[in-house]
Design a protein around this ligand. Structure first.
Ligand SMILES: Cc1cc2nc3c(=O)[nH]c(=O)nc-3n(C[C@H](O)[C@H](O)[C@H](O)COP(=O)(O)OP(=O)(O)OC[C@H]3O[C@@H](n4cnc5c(N)ncnc54)[C@H](O)[C@@H]3O)c2cc1C
Length: 340
């Protein structure tokens, strides 16, 4: 029988370690647990909120919901041919563990996405990406359950409408489904993507001439560990804001004032992407601490809880950063982290 807790503190389940209370809370270990939870929520007329690894979520007020921490784990090869492997993975699996498994088998596709926190089920929500790769490149389909009716729905990759840190689950399907399992399409042989950041350089330094997926994963892990604060030591939620996309004409105007402004081309026509970290740094927040919170000294995009922060401290910090960036650059920053 599913154990359901009342007025449960959520801070321990979030990498930012700031939380509020859930009206009800339970840990899911299998599908039957989910359906039991669904019945309970129906009887109490409560909405359900799904929590994975809590690495992209900040909860700033008590939630009148049944919060379900997803620990449904497991994976198996669904089918394979001479070129591809279709791997079925339960949504509560750790993403890092999945990448480690994949590269240890010599599969291609997940290596650049090594060392990203959280669960597999959350990966499609914001189409996780790093080091020149995106989840969308390996995604085949997923099975989800409607959080009201319990009805099963299979989403194809196309139906998930994956974009830059975006999907249908952040828009019209937001909070409506429990993503139960995913199918990933991995390759038995492929060209590795070494073009991003310091990956190629590091390979050379290590004298690796014919790298394998596991070498890329190791290098990515090393680079990430040297740049990002470990949430177990300095609680944080990774990149706090999305890189804003602005019109080309607006960008050209900004470039007149800031000739050094870094930029990337956007997948959207006529738009330019600006690194949010640069804007925040230029606005004077890099390494700036306000009481228990601040923007990380080595990467201004990361909001850190330096100890004992309350929800209010986080909210104030977000407002401060957004206001100053708007004032200086007339750009609206949008949170990448889910703020509840
Ligand atoms: C130090 C650090 C570095 C990071 N680096 C990156 C990076 O390089 N690239 C990147 O993309 N992200 C990065 N992140 C963010 C984070 O790791 C990812 O967004 C990750 O996918 C979140 O997984 P989670 O299980 O912790 O999600 P949670 O925070 O638990 O949930 C996130 C959202 O997804 C929903 N959700 C979770 N699971 C399910 C499910 N099974 N069904 C339906 N809804 C669900 C939740 O309701 C919530 O809205 C980083 C985070 C940290 C702390």
């Amino acid at each position: 029988m599913l154990k359901i807790f009342k007025k449960h503190d959520l801070a321990p389940y979030l990498t930012m370690k700031v939380g509020a209370k859930a009206e009800y809370f339970a840990v899911l270990k299998n599908k039957a647990d989910f359906f039991e939870a669904l019945d309970f929520a129906k009887k109490k007329s409560l909405p359900i909120f799904i929590l994975g690894g809590g690495s992209n979520t900040v909860i700033v007020k008590n939630i009148k919901a049944l919060v379900l921490k997803n620990k449904i784990e497991g994976k198996k090869i669904k089918k394979e041919n001479s070129r591809e492997i279709y791997l079925e993975v339960m949504s509560g699996e750790s993403w890092m563990r999945l990448v480690n498994y994949s590269v240890s088998q010599g599969f291609y596709g997940l290596e650049n996405l090594a060392s990203i926190y959280g669960t597999v089920g959350a990966a499609p929500i914001q189409n996780i990406g790093a080091y020149g790769a995106e989840f969308s490149q390996v995604f085949d389909s997923l099975i989800a359950y409607d959080l009201k009716t319990g009805r099963e729905k299979i989403f194809s990759a196309k139906e998930c409408e994956l974009g830059y840190r975006d999907s249908i689950f952040k828009r019209k399907a937001k909070g409506k489904y429990f993503i139960y399992s995913l199918v990933l399409k991995l390759k038995k042989k492929a060209k590795l993507n070494l073009s991003y950041g310091a990956i190629g350089e590091e390979m050379k330094k290590r004298g690796i001439k014919n790298p394998e997926p596991k070498d890329v994963a190791q290098v990515v892990h090393q680079i990430r560990s040297s740049k990002l604060p470990n949430p177990a030591v300095l609680p944080n939620s990774g990149s706090f804001f999305k890189n804003p996309e602005i019109k080309n004409s607006v960008f050209l105007n900004l470039q007149k004032t800031y000739p050094e402004i870094p930029f990337f081309t956007s997948a959207k026509k006529g738009m330019i992407k600006i690194p949010a970290g640069w804007l925040i740094e230029k606005a004077g927040f890099k390494g700036k601490v306000f009481g228990p919170v601040g923007m990380y000294e080595w990467q201004a995009l990361i909001l850190v809880n330096y100890g004992g922060a309350k929800a209010w401290d986080i909210v104030k910090m977000i407002e401060r950063v957004k206001k100053e960036v708007k004032k200086r650059f007339a750009i609206d920053l949008e949170a990448e982290v889910n703020i509840i």
